[in-house]
Design a protein around this ligand. Structure first.
Ligand SMILES: C[S@@+](CC[C@H](N)C(=O)[O-])C[C@H]1O[C@@H](n2cnc3c(N)ncnc32)[C@H](O)[C@@H]1O
Length: 210
């Protein structure tokens, strides 16, 4: 994000982020390591980093997204928060993922991704897992947040409607089956560790790099 003019108006707020920021933080504060860099993929507005980085001064928070508008918002939130351990966003488009496309990043010790794998093609989700395999050291956590089907079934009627809406936007989107994510993760040397019930029929899903 160099040579692009950023104004306070570039900072946008996502209602869902305001609702989920604290429940997610309650999980992250016990999960994240004591040092290194947290790579957040698909940061969206950038509010999570702006809220969490000041509370995690022992870590660096590295936001990213593929969308130019999101990248501007992330940068605007970073400037607004003026938190030294919140790093300038890097551009990561998971659909363009290859080992060569991973931006240079220091010392990634955890990866976080919220509300993306159902709002993107399944290939983006699989590439998220491949990215985690590529950047995480053995023992490091991957944290996912969002709705999931379990055993092929939706876990709430509201998620049935949400899934229909997602597919009406793009038929490659949709609420993923947890077991498919776990199987794809294992192919990327990521072992399923825990699933935690979250508000509004969402889940935190934690993997660990083997
Ligand atoms: C619903 S927003 C979630 C934002 C944020 N993580 C949150 O929970 O508030 C989904 C984000 O995924 C990003 N995204 C979608 N497809 C992507 C891809 N192929 N690579 C990287 N990011 C992607 C979008 O640009 C968007 O910012």
């Amino acid at each position: 994000m160099t040579n692009i003019e950023i104004t306070p108006e570039d900072r946008f707020q996502a209602d869902s982020t305001s609702r989920n920021a604290e429940p997610i933080f309650a999980v992250l504060q016990d999960l994240l390591p004591t040092s290194g860099t947290v790579l957040e993929v698909a940061s969206g507005s950038g509010e999570h980093g702006a809220i969490y980085a000041p509370r995690l001064p022992h870590l660096k928070w590295q936001p990213s997204d593929k969308d130019p508008k999101a990248l501007k918002s992330i940068e605007a939130w970073r400037l607004h928060s003026s938190t030294a351990n919140l790093l300038p966003a890097v551009e990561i488009d998971l659909l363009q993922f290859s080992q060569q496309s991973v931006p240079a990043m220091e010392d990634v010790s955890a990866m976080v991704n919220a509300n993306m794998i159902h709002i993107s093609p399944w290939q983006a989700g699989k590439n998220l897992l491949a990215l985690a395999q590529s950047v995480l050291p053995s023992g490091a956590p991957l944290f996912l947040y969002g709705p999931y089907r379990r055993g092929g079934e939706h876990t709430a009627q509201s998620n049935v409607q949400f899934d229909d809406w997602l597919k009406s936007q793009d038929n490659s989107w949709g609420v993923r089956n947890l077991e498919d994510v776990i199987a794809a993760a294992l192919e990327c040397s990521l072992e399923f560790e825990e699933i935690i019930d979250m508000p509004a029929n969402n889940y935190s899903v934690i993997f660990r790099r083997i």
